[in-house]
Design a protein around this ligand. Structure first.
Ligand SMILES: Cc1ncc(COP(=O)(O)O)c(C=O)c1O
Length: 365
């Protein structure tokens, strides 16, 4: 029998939100009757302009994509007012997280991530056969930046932070992050994962671009994604902003053609879809207000600081609640894997989906 390295063996595979197809198969339901609220996807779907561009590109899928994603890179450079050389792409932001671990962790070096923060940080660290250090959260499920600073030692190489944090919705303010970035030694990479930044309303949210653009730091990388606001989760494109010297290092472990032709075409078209972005933000705001009002009525507590999702405390074992809701056509994300055994996370669908969610939740509880 082949022996797996100890760290990798100790991992449980990342468990994504259940696909609609699986629930249809397992429970014999009609796909139309299923409200999938488990993966922070965009209920408004893919912008029409993007669909049109995809149709036009279909005749080109027999050729390899441009490995450097030239047109997408140029378009994004213009849009975000950044030199295209400072942009990096992954097959989802998840792949960039993996590339950071693979490209930078040397023998004996560690990566830090917070208790309750996005599960991929640990998976990526262990998968590259390196030790991860989980930093205990502060009260209220918040990332404790002081605890991160205190824990830094000679082995520390990467710090992963999601802001707002998935699944706890908590936000680190600009003031706190500025001071943190200032204190972290410049031979430690800080990965600032802003997968949900377009949904943030709080004015104290950091302007993290200044760490790289104004301050020229080579130890900061900002992650974002096309999966959420642009409604392109199925195409798998994430991106990063960072100094080209840092991106050069990550590029060494990038698989060739990691962003496929359809993905590049779709994301380029998505850059012209500001109306879709605005509509998606407005939709989340409205539906979040509706769901929170209903949760208040039911008397459940929740975390709902920033982002297109919330975490809800059912004060009982979440697994049977999740299973029963699924049987009734509502897919939420149980958080027992995050050591939050009474909690689930949900994003927002169209109003009928959200009404169904509330109805089923009340029935099941
Ligand atoms: C905090 C955070 N970072 C990164 C990702 C990965 O996004 P992508 O779909 O681009 O891989 C997610 C997705 O759920 C996320 O919540």
């Amino acid at each position: 029998m082949i022996r797996q390295p100890k760290l990798i063996n100790s991992l449980s595979p990342y468990v994504p939100g259940k696909p609609i197809e699986t629930v249809v198969r397992e429970y014999g339901l009609d796909p139309k009757d299923i409200a999938k609220l488990a993966s922070n996807e965009n209920p408004l779907g893919t912008p029409e302009k993007v669909k049109k561009a995809l149709h036009e590109a279909i005749d080109r899928v027999h050729i390899y994509p441009d490995g450097g994603a030239f047109y997408l890179r140029e378009k994004m450079g213009e849009k975000f007012n950044i030199d295209p050389e400072w942009i990096f792409f992954g097959n989802g932001a998840a792949e960039i997280i993996e590339m950071a671990s693979k490209a930078l962790l040397d023998v004996g070096e560690t990566a830090f991530y917070s208790q309750y923060d996005f599960a991929m940080y640990k998976v990526a660290t262990y998968a590259s056969n390196h030790r991860g250090v989980e930093i205990p959260a502060a009260p209220g499920y918040r990332l404790d930046l002081d605890a991160f600073l205190k824990a830094i030692d000679d082995s520390t190489k990467i710090i992963y932070l999601s802001n707002p944090s998935n699944p706890t919705t908590t936000m680190i303010s600009g003031e706190k992050l500025d001071s943190f970035v200032e204190q972290v030694p410049d031979d430690i990479l800080i990965v600032i994962d802003e997968a949900y930044f377009e949904f943030v309303e709080n004015r104290d949210y950091p302007n993290s671009m200044k760490y790289i653009q104004e301050q020229g730091r080579k130890n900061v990388i900002i992650l974002r994604t096309f999966s959420k606001i642009y409604g392109l989760a199925g195409l798998r494109v994430g991106y990063a902003f960072a100094h080209p010297d840092l991106l050069f290092m990550l590029g060494k472990v990038r698989s060739p053609f990691n962003v496929n032709i359809l993905a590049q075409v779709a994301c380029t078209a998505a850059m012209d879809c500001d109306d879709h972005v605005r509509a998606s933000v407005a939709h989340v705001k409205k539906e979040k207000a509706y769901v929170l009002k209903e949760l208040d009525r039911i008397g459940l507590s929740y975390l709902a600081e920033e982002g297109n999702f919330i975490a809800v405390d059912t004060k009982r074992d979440i697994v049977p609640v999740f299973t029963e809701m699924q049987r009734r056509g509502v897919i939420i994300r149980p958080l027992h894997g995050y050591n939050m055994p009474h909690w689930f996370r949900m994003s927002f669908g169209h109003r009928p989906d959200n009404e169904k969610f509330i109805r089923v939740l009340e029935e099941v509880l």
